[in-house]
Design a protein around this ligand. Structure first.
Ligand SMILES: [Zn+2]
Length: 156
């Protein structure tokens, strides 16, 4: 691997509603997205080591093939987080970079899962967020059966 002195960046934006999943993941994700329309979160479990993946994965880190769908809860724990803002970008002033309220992005491990997903944490001041904070998924009023249904959490 080539080591670089400067962080590489890519201009543009990611539109998660247009996300294209890897071929081998389509069936797994499709089943999970369908279940989400009924307020259920389905992960998959590895028969070899017992790891539960949410979102589901076709291959386990132990090289097993998770083949059993299991329900995970819509409550979970923040394992990492960051807050958006202008201070992290060299050369951009607060006025140029900070638009609106800062967003709190967190890695959330839902209860029953061994892996994390990224959610925006709402209804809390950034200073009060921390690793270990308990949160609950904010189900949208209109479920789309898409990754965007998982996008927001609120403290328990
Ligand atoms: Zn495994």
């Amino acid at each position: 691997m080539e080591y670089k002195e400067v962080t590489t960046s890519i201009d543009g934006a990611w539109n998660f509603s247009k996300w294209e999943w890897k071929f081998e993941s389509i069936a797994l994700i499709g089943r999970t997205f369908e279940a989400m329309k009924e307020h259920k979160l389905l992960g998959n479990k590895c028969p070899d080591c017992g790891t539960v993946y949410f979102l589901p994965k076709p291959f386990c880190r132990c090289l097993g093939m998770p083949d059993e769908f299991v329900e995970v809860k819509d409550t979970g724990t923040i394992t990492t987080y960051t807050v958006t803002g202008a201070w992290g970008y060299e050369g951009i002033t607060e006025e140029e970079g900070a638009q609106g309220e800062p967003l709190i992005f967190a890695g959330v491990q839902f209860d029953g899962a061994d892996t994390k997903v990224v959610c925006v944490v709402e209804d809390v001041e950034p200073e009060k967020v921390g690793v270990g904070m308990r949160v609950k998924l904010k189900w949208p009023d209109k479920l789309e059966g898409a990754i965007t249904d998982l996008s927001r959490c609120t403290p328990l």
